[in-house]
Design a protein around this ligand. Structure first.
Ligand code: FES
Length: 105
C-alpha cells in the first residue's frame, strides 16, 4: 500500500477532522478521542452531507444534515439507515498521520 504523509496528529483536533483533496473529491480524516484516525470520502451516503462537519463520538460520526450515524472504520451507516461512505486506510505512525488512497469502485 502506498502511504501518504498527511500531517502531524496534532494538526487535527481531538474529535475533529481535516479535509484533503483526493483524486475523486474531498477526503475527511477524523481523529477520535483515543487518537485513532479514520478516513472517509467527505460525502454522506444519504444525500452527500459533509461528514467532516459532523459530530464524532466513539468510532462514529453523525452527519450534520440528517444525523445518520456513520461507522468510521467501515463507512457503513448504522441501521435502520442503509448506505456506505467510501473508506480509506489511515493510521498514525511516529506522530504523523498517514493515508492510503483507495480507488472508488
Ligand atoms: S446527508 Fe447525511 S444524513 Fe442526510
Amino acid at each position: 500500500m502506498n502511504w501518504l504523509d498527511i500531517c502531524a496528529l496534532e494538526d487535527i483536533n481531538a474529535l475533529g477532522s481535516r479535509i484533503i483533496n483526493g483524486p475523486k473529491g474531498d477526503i475527511a480524516i477524523f481523529r477520535t478521542s483515543d487518537d485513532e484516525v479514520f478516513a472517509l470520502d467527505d460525502r454522506c451516503p444519504h444525500k452527500g452531507g459533509p461528514l467532516s462537519q459532523g459530530l464524532i463520538y466513539g468510532k462514529r460520526v453523525a452527519c450534520p444534515l440528517h444525523n445518520w450515524q456513520i461507522d468510521l472504520e467501515t463507512g457503513q451507516a448504522q441501521a435502520p439507515d442503509v448506505g456506505c461512505a467510501h473508506q480509506h486506510s489511515a493510521r498514525v505512525e511516529n506522530g504523523r498521520v498517514l493515508l492510503a488512497l483507495r480507488d472508488a469502485s
